[in-house]
Design a protein around this ligand. Structure first.
Ligand SMILES: [Zn+2]
Ligand SMILES: [Zn+2]
Length: 143
């Protein structure tokens, strides 16, 4: 079985559920939901299936790209419980999803950054000035 998202609404629903079951710790989002057996592999139930939460996060932010079972997840931060989309990588899978990224700008210090779209529309504190909020740049492409 592979994990594949082809609809933005399903992808957003999945990501919203993952955000509910994780809390921000620094740059990470640490999973506190169900894990597989005695391992630290986050699992999430979605549309009747029990999925590897990190693969599901990746698939939801890369619409149309299927994630085969055999692919191993690698967290760039080293924490296997982290479900932060920007920290979940699947070496060997091509990353190619235009819609997934949105340019944002800090409302205080004007720092520019590119965030995953699903995150760009939440409240994101600016990592540079720490007092500002990163907001989607106005002339951004339609999602
Ligand atoms: Zn992380
Ligand atoms: Zn700032």
């Amino acid at each position: 079985m592979s994990i594949l998202f082809t609809s933005k609404s399903d992808a957003r629903l999945l990501l919203a559920r993952v955000l509910e079951k994780s809390r921000r710790e620094g740059a990470c989002r640490v999973w506190f939901g169900h894990v597989r057996g005695d391992t630290s592999v986050p699992r999430i139930r979605f549309n009747g299936a029990l999925l590897d939460a990190r693969k599901a996060v990746w698939a939801a932010t890369h619409l149309g790209v299927g994630v085969p079972n055999r692919v191993k997840v690698k967290n760039t931060c080293g924490n296997p419980l982290c479900v932060e989309p920007e920290h979940v990588t699947l070496p060997g899978i091509v990353e190619a999803s235009e819609w997934a990224f949105t340019p944002v700008v800090c409302n205080k210090c004007n720092t520019r950054k590119v965030l995953l779209s699903v995150l760009a529309f939440q409240e994101n504190p600016c990592p540079v000035c720490r007092g500002g909020i990163l907001e989607p740049v106005e002339e951004t492409r339609n999602l």
